[in-house]
Design a protein around this ligand. Structure first.
Ligand code: G1P
Length: 300
C-alpha cells in the first residue's frame, strides 16, 4: 500500500447558503480573498505540503472550479507580452505542479458522504482533506505540511484542532484528548522511514494528543472540551469502509466525525494543535477578517 500522502481531497459540493446571493451562480469555493479564490489557497497549501494530486468533489453549478484550474487560451493570448501577465503567474504554477480530477456528489448527505464520494479518486492510500472555507496561514510550514510531518511519524488519521469559545462548540466537531504524544510511539506501524524524513526542527512539544472521544456539533453543556476540529484532516483509507457503515448523525447527515470516532476507539486518531492562523471563511465575519489580514500582509 502507498504510505506517503500524495493526494488531497477537496469537498466542494456545498451550496454556500450563508453567502447568498453571491453564491447563486458562483461556487462558494471560488469567492476571492483579495484576488485569489478560496480553493486556490487550499490547493497551494497542499502543494506546499508536498502533495501533487488534487481530487475535487463537486456538484451541480460548480463548473467554474474546473475552468479555474485550466489554461484559458483566450486570456493568455490577450495578455501575452503585457504587464498583466504577472497576474496569472501563481495560477500557472499551480496548474503545472499538480493534476486535478473531479467527481460529482449527486446528493448532499453530509461531509462524511462527500468524502466517501471521493473514494473513486483516492483509492487505497492515505490522503489529506482540506475544507477550503477554513483558510489557514502560517509564517513557516503551512498547516497541512505540519500534519504531513506528523503522519510520517505516527501513520494514523490526524485532525487539526484549535480552542474555540464554549458558546461555539455547536459549530464544530469537538474532541476529547488524553495524553501528549511527544514521547509516545505506540501508533507507529511501519518504522521503516519514520524519523528519516522528519524535519529536525519539527518538535511536537505539547501539540499532538491521542483522541478519546469526538462529538459533532455538541451544545456547550455536552461538549467534552472546547477543542474544535478545523477543516484539515489526514485520513487512512480504512475510513471509507467505516463511512459506508456510518449511519446519519447530527442534522441527518453522514458525519466524518462519527466515522473518525470508530478509528479513535482503537487509539488511531491524533488531534494536532497546529501553528498558524485560521479564518472561518464560511461566515461573513471570518471572510472579512481573512480579507483584512491578507490585505495588511500584502501591504506590509
Ligand atoms: C465540518 C465538520 C466539523 C468541522 C468543521 C470544520 O462542519 O462536520 O466537524 O469542525 O467542518 O470547519 P461544517 O463547517 O461543514 O458544518
Amino acid at each position: 500500500m502507498q504510505t506517503t500522502i500524495r493526494k488531497c481531497l477537496f469537498p466542494a459540493a456545498g451550496y454556500g447558503t450563508r453567502f447568498l446571493p453571491a453564491t447563486k451562480a458562483i461556487p462558494k469555493e471560488m469567492l476571492p480573498v483579495l484576488t485569489k479564490p478560496l480553493l486556490q489557497y487550499g490547493v497551494e497549501e497542499a502543494i506546499e505540503a508536498g502533495l501533487n494530486t488534487m481530487a475535487i468533489v463537486t456538484g451541480r453549478g460548480k463548473r467554474a472550479i474546473e475552468d479555474h484550474f485550466d489554461i484559458s487560451y483566450e486570456l493568455e493570448h490577450q495578455i501575452k507580452g503585457t504587464s498583466k501577465e504577472s497576474y496569472l503567474q501563481e495560477i500557472r504554477k499551480v496548474i503545472t505542479n499538480c493534476t486535478f480530477s473531479y467527481t460529482r456528489q449527486i446528493e448532499m448527505k453530509g461531509l462524511g458522504h462527500a468524502i466517501l464520494t471521493g473514494e473513486t479518486l483516492i483509492g487505497e492510500e492515505p490522503f489529506a482533506v482540506i475544507l477550503a472555507d477554513d483558510l489557514c496561514d502560517n509564517e513557516d510550514a503551512g498547516v497541512l505540511a505540519q500534519m504531513v510531518q506528523l503522519y510520517k511519524k505516527y501513520k494514523c488519521s490526524i485532525v487539526a484542532v484549535e480552542e474555540v469559545p464554549y458558546e461555539d462548540t455547536n459549530k464544530y466537531g469537538i474532541v476529547a484528548i488524553e495524553e501528549q504524544l511527544a514521547l509516545k510511539y505506540e501508533f507507529r506501524e511501519d518504522e521503516s522511514d519514520a524519523g528519516e524524513t522528519l524535519n529536525p526542527d519539527f518538535s511536537l512539544g505539547d501539540k499532538a494528543f491521542k483522541i478519546t472521544d469526538m462529538v459533532e456539533k455538541p451544545s456547550p453543556q455536552d461538549a467534552p472540551s472546547n477543542l474544535a476540529i478545523i477543516g484539515r484532516y489526514i485520513l487512512t483509507p480504512d475510513i471509507f469502509d467505516i463511512l459506508r457503515e456510518t449511519k446519519p448523525g447530527k442534522g441527518g447527515e453522514i458525519q466524518i466525525t462519527d466515522a473518525l470516532l470508530q478509528q479513535a476507539k482503537q487509539g488511531k486518531v491524533i488531534a494536532y494543535k497546529f501553528q498558524g492562523k485560521r479564518f472561518d471563511c464560511g461566515s461573513v465575519d471570518g471572510f472579512v477578517a481573512a480579507t483584512n489580514y491578507f490585505y495588511n500582509k500584502s501591504n506590509a
